[in-house]
Design a protein around this ligand. Sequence first.
Ligand code: COA
Length: 609
Amino acid sequence: MYLTSIKHLVKEEQYQKTKSIVEKFGEPGGTGELLQEKLLEKSINTHNWVYDYWLDDMYLNQRLALPVNSNPAMVFPKQDFRDHKDSLKFAAHLITGVLEYKKHIDTRALPVDFSRGQLAGTPLCMKQYYRLFNTYRLPGLKRDTLVIHETGSTEQEHIIVACKNQFFVMDLVVKEKPLREMDILSQLEKIVKMAENTEERQPPFGLLTSDGRTEWAQARDVLIKDSVNRESLAVIEKCLCVVCLDDPSGMEVGDTSRALLMLHGGGHEKMGANRWYDKPMQFVVGEDGVCGTVCEHSPFEGIVLVACTEYLMKFMTGSPSKIGRATSVSELPAPRRLLWKTTPHIQGLLKASAERLQRLVRDLDMDVHKFEVYGKEFIKKQKMSPDAYIQVSLQLAFYRCNGRLVSTYESASIRRFHEGRVDNIRSATPETLAFVKAMTDEKTSLSDSEKIKRLWDAINAQTNSTIAAITGMGIDNHLLGLREISQEIHMEMPEIFTDETYVASNQFILSTSQVPTTVEMFCCYGPVVPNGYGCCYNPQADHLLFSVTSFHGSTETSSAVFIKALDEGLVEMRDLCKTSNNFVETTPKYIYIYRNISLSIYSHLSCKH
Ligand code: COA
């Protein structure tokens, strides 16, 4: 499968070299077999043989800054706040919703999720939900640590509120009584007042968390030499979540600017320092109505984030704010401002972090686009998988822009397995290459019936890869497992993993993910390589929403050009379906055969899991 996935993406000579390396690796009694045996041994002794390897590889070993490069964001619908107080009421209501949701988590009362779409109806692992509020990504010099606090621990009875780059501790339980919504509002009002006091203002320490992970870890080592800093860090690291009360950014409020403000806060001159990027759940409430969630990604996937934020949105609209009905505001101790001890050295570190964040802000090229010609219902009517169709359209757009296909990542949920996170659907298939050529280079020489045949081949190949990946038959996690176990047993890195094809095939120039929502909001994230695109899409019944990101620094990419190509391709694919789908054999029989094989392998595997 690995060789098939890369054959059409590399030069023939390189492919032949890789083929012989792979064949040698797979020889009976060879390195591959040995590593496979070790991996099987590991699988007997662990809940999930890939989880730790995957977490390190995907997140904890990565050294790039969290904003843009790693943290995704969920952008809420634009709010129309009448005044500042209105935005604080929204924040108080949101925090109340968070506490309600947290109760469901602590009492293990969340209903179990079941898979939808392909192979619908299987129960899914819920573990990611139990890491939404009790985790923290601690920076390390070489590797970060995902710190997990015990769920429902009393250490975690506070949130951090960021306001004007200051951080405040808001206790949620005072004299053993949980705060009511009106109390939360009154605490938020006090925080805003305290933040306005310029005499007590502290330097913008949140900036350090926006830096590269090693830089932040080095800075943290300097900070913790002082007990004041140590205490402030300890309080933040144990909080339930961060709530960022943002000033108006001054930017024109549209989908793209709201997404930018979530991903990087607009840099240190805007809201970029009013954040603590290590904290997995960070809610943003902007006075100008720009609201959303910024997430540290290592504890959970976007789908879990959607479930949580949709609960909150429904809570906000479905359960009226309790503030109006309150009788009196209780006497609560004021929230505490976190203090920092600074030195000229620390000032220098803050300045350097601010500059690096600014570079990231300048570099990000973002375009949020609503394709309104049709949505997933039209695609379903063609008897095609909407996800596979959209993936093929992304490949067509990329080919249009670059004249080639590249290694592509599409996240496939493997929550059917205990502690399962994701594997990769390699969407740049040979069948898709044949289709995109039919729509471009060979456009005039091929008939519509040949084009639609190729489209079906591409859709079927993509659907098969999806089914393989979601049933644990993907290749990326398996290769990662073989690679990492070779290092665990102190073997010299096998050539298959140092080969330039393997290295290139793990540089995901196109990094894509479906994050569908049932309420009005959307997810976005940045590219994972300097010359790449990040493309998050949200298929709705009558439209498709795309958040495309790339870097201005690359001459090979442009989000606007990509969106234009995507638009054109989606229209052409619809026209092709309309003219051709009526006269071709459309029953993809082998999908069902493949599906049955996958299901039987999967049910065999799931007995164990
Ligand atoms: N004809 C008609 N309808 C079809 C069809 C066909 N041939 N194939 C699929 N459909 C329908 C499905 O039944 C489903 O219907 P629903 O909307 O009523 O539920 C719908 O189309 C969507 O199915 P499909 O487009 O095939 O995708 P999917 O929902 O199975 O999703 C993945 C595929 C890969 C996105 C999904 O399995 C997954 O892994 N999601 C998680 C991704 C993730 O983790 N993202 C976040 C990362 S941070």
